[in-house]
Ligand binder design. Structure first.
Ligand code: AMP
Length: 568
């Protein structure tokens, strides 16, 4: 043994940022303007919070939950809870009551920290979550004191105010649990993923790398992705490690306050799902002269595939690089990223070719491995065309769900992702679809994502979803649901003609339905399960089945087994 075996603990990384950049700011939007504090303040307050938690008897491995927006107190929890060896369970505030009750009980949360405006969501749940011993309420600065029917509620400032900030973080095994996030599957209860110090430490390093998000101490980072969605994709940790300024939107997630925050705080890098950046784009198009976005350099976009037209718009109009990222809650969450210039050979490419690469899902993060397999788990050819189920492994990939074995999701040390994908000759991952969302038509697969993103590129389209509908002859056929942009005039013929420019005849949707909105999941992605359920509730039938005797088969249970390898 020649080198020290210092455990990879997040307390070390986070203290490093506060040490080198004590005066750097963490800025949060509030009802009255902004709340500002430094990393030195954050470290001091995290010390007070940690002493308070220890005094309440929070022990190693105990779960402490947050029910909060992105803000300075949430960041204090990110630092204090793991640093004392407890587990931060970041609860998704947008889940329904049934899921909330399930995950709070399943995680056995002892304390819940809750933002004042979210109290009405938790209050009716109190009788169903009796094991929670205490609620700590994070009040709005300067506002009247909150009131709540929750039992054993205490104000955050009163709580930490009773404790000193001096604390020496304990040393423990790097494989100790750090954070718990639940992911909502398409079926069954949400599944918990327990990140460890080791997984998060390595993920933080990989994420900050130049070829990944390219984070620097000189950045001002704004995680729009909620700190309850796979721990804000790790951005709050990475920025804190570097001592980079952070801007946090709290509950002000509409395009206007968000764009205002980005402009006024000089945000250089931000991260969120495509629907966020579509909303910001529409706002910027409506008021092109209003904001100075000259500081903004990179937008990380993941969670679902961003349309290439969106990626291109940010570059062409604002010279902002959209970094396309793919990941999963099960992966801490970063798996691949795709950047404008990702290899030396790309220096010679023209812009169109560079953006064709960005539209692909991305290149593997250092530290991970991936492969595509057929239904017998045999490797599939990496020719960019042969589709199969994506498997991943690495130090920040989960090996089991928290207290919920799902053996079919793990195979020989690999995570079975549920994504159907190809790997091309350049080693890019190209995700075709979730296995449950692929449209199976006449024995061939149609990628709903490809169709959606193509339709979203049509002028006047604000959003598009493509789902399978049952068909007696073809098995399934695609149907497009389109939300027009305000004032846009779209026709079914126009949408279909646009599809015909890129897709074969048999891949073109059988129907186009215009909608005012489309349902989103708790993490802001298109909720195709809900789209299918809506169509079923409406008694929807494909055009060529209308008027036929006998109802079509009900919406099928979508295949949960890996799709066979096929040619895209
Ligand atoms: P979640 O754990 O809720 O973040 O969901 C993870 C899933 O989101 C992945 O397995 C993919 O199906 C999907 N996803 C995430 N990023 C992308 C992307 N860039 N392109 C396509 N699908 C994505």
């Amino acid at each position: 043994m020649t080198m020290q075996k210092t455990p990879l603990l997040m307390s070390r990384l986070l203290d490093r940022g506060a040490w080198i950049a004590p005066d750097e700011e963490v800025v949060t939007l509030t009802g009255g303007g902004t709340h500002r504090q430094t990393y030195a303040d954050t470290r001091r307050r995290a010390g007070q919070l940690a002493n308070g938690l220890l005094d309440l008897g929070i022990a190693f491995g105990d779960r402490v939950a947050s029910f909060m927006w992105n803000g300075w107190r949430h960041l204090e929890l990110y630092q204090a809870v793991p640093s004392i060896g407890a587990v931060l369970h970041t609860v998704n505030i947008r889940l329904g009551a049934g899921d909330l009750e399930y995950i709070i009980n399943h995680a056995e949360d002892r304390i819940i920290f809750v933002d004042e405006d979210l109290l009405p969501i938790l209050e009716p749940l109190a009788p169903a979550i009796p094991r929670v011993e205490r609620f700590v309420v994070c009040g709005e600065p300067g506002a009247e004191r909150w009131e709540t029917s929750l039992p054993n509620a205490i104000d955050y400032e009163d709580f930490i105010g009773g404790y000193g900030d001096a604390i020496e973080w304990p040393e423990f095994d790097e494989n100790a649990p750090l954070g718990l996030c639940y992911t909502s599957g398409t079926t069954g209860n949400p599944k918990g993923v327990m990140y460890t110090h080791r997984s998060t430490y390595l993920h933080t390093m990989a994420e900050a790398m130049t070829d990944t998000m390219g984070l620097s101490a000189t950045d001002c980072a704004c995680a729009v992705v909620p700190m309850f969605h796979a721990m804000g994709w790790g951005l709050p940790f990475a920025a804190a490690m570097l001592g980079a300024k952070q801007a946090m939107p709290h509950r002000f997630m509409a395009p206007e306050p968000l764009t205002g925050l980005i402009a006024s705080e000089g945000v250089t890098v931000s991260a969120g799902v495509p629907t966020i950046w579509q909303g910001v784009r529409a706002h910027l198009e409506a008021e092109p002269e209003r904001y100075d976005l000259s500081a903004l350099d990179r937008l990380v976009c993941g969670g679902s595939a961003p349309p290439v037209s969106l990626i291109r718009w940010y570059w062409d109009v604002h010279r902002i690089e959209m970094i396309h990222a793919w990941g999963m809650t099960e992966m801490n969450p970063l798996g691949t990223v795709s950047r404008r210039i990702a290899k030396r050979s790309h220096l010679a490419l023209d812009e169109d070719a560079r953006f064709a690469n960005v539209a692909k899902t991305g290149l593997l993060s250092p530290g991970l491995e991936m492969k595509i397999v057929d239904e017998e788990f045999r490797p599939v050819r990496q020719d960019g065309k042969s589709l199969g189920e994506l498997l991943v492994r690495g130090p920040w990939v989960c090996s089991e769900y928290y207290h919920d074995p799902q053996p079919e999701k793990f195979r020989d040390g690999w995570l079975v992702t549920g994504d159907i994908a190809a790997i091309d000759a350049e080693r890019y991952l190209v995700i075709a679809d979730r296995s449950k969302d692929l449209v199976k038509s006449g024995g061939e697969w149609i990628s709903s994502v490809d169709l959606e993103n193509h339709i979203a590129g049509l002028e006047g389209v604000a959003q598009a979803a493509v789902v399978a509908q049952p068909h007696p002859k073809w098995d399934e056929r695609p149907v497009a649901l389109v939300v027009p942009a305000p004032g846009a005039e779209l026709s079914e013929g126009g949408v279909l003609a646009h599809c015909a420019k890129q897709f074969a005849k048999w891949q073109i949707p059988d129907d186009v339905l215009f909608r005012d909105t489309l349902p989103l999941t708790a993490t802001g992605k298109l909720d195709k399960k809900a789209v299918r359920a809506e169509l079923e509730a409406e008694g929807y039938r494909l055009p060529d089945l209308r008027g036929e005797a006998g109802a079509p088969a009900p919406v099928p249970a979508f295949a949960s087994t890996p799709a066979p390898a096929r040619t895209a």
